[in-house]
Design a protein around this ligand. Structure first.
Ligand SMILES: [Zn+2]
Length: 211
């Protein structure tokens, strides 16, 4: 079990440590996030390299914001009697590494080094089981409602820190859930401004290689 503390040195925005298993610098927690604990994670396969960033959306109940539903779902404490929709999903064991709320606040539920359960059945460039090698970020929102400026700002800061820590995630390996689970998932939806997000990443000096 991971405790939400890390005694490793702090470098800039992120807490770093040398990961002997993967023989490189790795980051467990984003220092700009409120750390929470989800029970819904496990270890990544030993031969996996963190090399994909997946953008999702979620709102609980659907279309309602600033509720505690997401935190309850990811911590396994959703009350099925609180809303009819919760009855359908209360038993789900799902998580993401981070959630970005409408006001830009970031919560982290799973250390980046561990496998969060966000992508489900998925494939990227012929590689299935994307959770093995992906980091998942949930934007509080819906497919059709524009995300907020505060969310884009936090997403850019968080993404830049992740791409710095995990250089195998190039900008071409930043995708939507819909890209890796087509026909099954639509998030983050047409409301998500990929041009704006990629431009921000480019301006912060991130590579555009798709390899
Ligand atoms: Zn999703």
């Amino acid at each position: 079990m991971f405790a939400c503390v890390d005694l490793s040195p702090v470098t800039g925005n992120v807490v770093t440590r040398f990961d002997y298993q993967h023989m490189g610098l790795s980051v467990k927690f984003f220092s700009g996030a409120t750390q929470k604990h989800s029970p819904f994670y496990d270890a990544r396969p030993a031969d996996s390299q963190i090399s994909l960033l997946v953008i999702h959306n979620i709102s609980l109940p659907p279309g309602e914001f600033n509720t505690s539903g997401i935190a309850q779902l990811f911590t396994g404490t959703l009350d099925p009697d609180e809303h009819p929709f919760y009855r359908e999903i209360a038993g789900l064991k799902v998580s993401a590494h981070c959630v970005i709320y409408r006001n830009g606040e970031i919560e982290q539920y799973v250390p980046f080094t561990a496998r969060a359960w966000h992508a489900g059945l998925s494939v990227f460039q012929g590689h299935s089981r994307c959770n093995d090698f992906a980091i998942g970020i949930e934007m509080e929102g819906t497919d059709s409602l524009p995300y907020t400026d505060a969310q884009y700002s936090s997403l850019q800061t968080l993404s830049a820190a992740i791409l710095d820590a995990y250089p195998a995630i190039t900008v071409g390996r930043v995708v939507g859930h819909n890209d890796i689970a087509p026909g099954r998932k639509t998030d983050p939806g047409p409301a998500f401004d990929w041009g704006r997000y990629r431009r921000q990443l480019f301006l912060s000096g991130k590579k555009f290689s798709t390899i």
